[in-house]
Design a protein around this ligand. Structure first.
Ligand code: PMP
Length: 391
């Protein structure tokens, strides 16, 4: 028996961009120590106070089925949070809780696109985007950006692509580039969506990790709330990756349809996880700053180290937990460089090519190991790249 064509087409080439990560994991399984600067897994664990809340909720009996769109208390807390942060009136009818932001991305595209519709996303992109879109039956199409202008999409490129599309997915602060979109870029994105009648899907899972400026949610721009779905998650903001807790903010009617989809797929999220999420959100801004602080510190450490290696070019991240390094001077692709680095120095990074053509010749370094280990690994990496550049 053959698996369906649709499921085979999620990653058509067979290379889904995770090759180096898996290679590193294989080496670790064989007992070879590898420094992993690959995925966005915070090095701190979920705070014990959050786990205590989870434990108490489960022992208190919150282990049964929950309301499919989420518990009223958590939806209310998220609606209030979004209202306060963006100034846009948001009620619990605009909120659905999902098992992680990833599931929210899939659901949002199911809500926005019919089979065969074109769903746009910006290159470089988070590695799951094209597969997520293809899994819904939509056609995934990129809009390419340039490292030279900070990976901001241009009005002309957005406009060209939008004329035949149904949705546009953006991500600011951005994984993998660390860029954030300027007010001007956000305005252009909003105008493009309005002019071409697109759904905007705004992935804001890094909205608490901002190193410069303030977060702009495009849902807050005039006339955008009615066509925008915002993806949120506690994975990065509260170091809760394994809890799988995310959400979608969308117009009420869309939330009703998404709830119907969830009824036929996930059937909701565990009550004790939702109670823990509520507890986590109630810890407020200071807690979120504490979780974000190590990444800001390592960003500064990284930029200081890279500055000592003139042939390498860092793209200073404005947000998020990654740093992109332009290694084109080595003459290698990101993939070839990543493989050589892993083999010689047992340091694993993600090749830029895993995130699209616009990131070719770059590597993405996750700032997710302890400061000294991070600084040493980065120095080794930069020296290796410099030696290759001089060969
Ligand atoms: N969007 C982006 C840009 C991400 O980097 C990630 C996780 N790395 C996600 C969505 C999904 O996060 P989660 O499913 O853990 O909430």
């Amino acid at each position: 028996m053959q698996p369906s064509q649709r499921i085979q087409d999620i990653s058509p080439s067979g290379d889904n961009g995770w090759g180096l990560f898996l290679q590193a994991r294989d080496m670790i399984a064989q007992g070879i120590p590898v420094i992993e600067l690959t995925i966005g897994e915070p090095d701190i664990r979920t705070d014990p106070s959050i786990l205590n809340a989870m434990h108490a909720s489960a022992l208190g009996g919150h282990t049964g089925y929950t309301n499919v769109p989420g518990t009223t208390d958590l939806r209310r807390a998220i609606a209030a949070r979004v209202s306060t942060r963006t100034g846009v009136k948001t009620t619990i009818d605009n909120v659905m809780i999902t098992p992680g932001g990833q599931s929210a991305l899939f659901s949002a595209h199911m809500g926005a696109c019919n089979v065969g519709d074109t769903a746009l996303y910006i290159d470089p992109f988070y590695a799951t985007y094209p597969g997520t879109i293809r899994a819904t039956g939509a056609v995934a199409q990129t809009i390419k950006t340039q490292s030279e202008n900070g990976f901001q999409p241009t009005a002309a490129d957005l406009n060209d692509a939008a004329s035949k599309a149904q949705s546009l997915l953006i991500n600011s602060p951005n994984n993998p580039t660390g860029s954030t979109y300027t007010a001007q870029t956000m305005q252009t994105i909003a105008e493009t969506c309005q002019n071409h009648n697109l759904w905007l899907i705004s992935d804001e899972v890094y909205d608490t990790q901002l190193w410069q400026g303030h977060h702009i949610s495009p849902r807050a721009l005039p006339h955008m709330a009615e066509r925008t779905m915002v993806i949120g998650s506690l994975s990065k903001s509260h170091a809760m990756t394994g809890s799988r807790l995310g959400w979608i903010i969308a117009p009420e009617t869309m939330i009703e349809h998404l709830t119907n989809l969830a009824t036929h797929t996930t059937y909701g999220v565990q009550g004790y996880i939702q109670d823990a999420a509520l507890f986590a959100l109630n810890q407020g801004h200071t807690f979120e700053e504490k979780v974000a602080a190590p990444f800001k510190k390592r960003r500064d450490i990284a930029l200081g180290i890279i500055a000592n290696f003139p042939s390498l070019k860092a793209i200073p991240p404005k947000g998020g937990m990654y740093i992109m390094l332009d290694i084109r001077a080595t003459g290698l692709s990101g993939k070839a460089f990543g493989e050589a680095l892993l083999k010689k120095h047992h340091i694993a990074v993600m090749p830029g090519e895993s995130f699209g053509q616009a990131a070719a010749g770059h590597i993405r370094i996750a700032m997710t190991v302890e400061d000294t280990k991070f600084a040493n690994a980065l120095t080794t990496l930069c020296q290796f790249a410099t030696d290759l550049s001089n060969e």
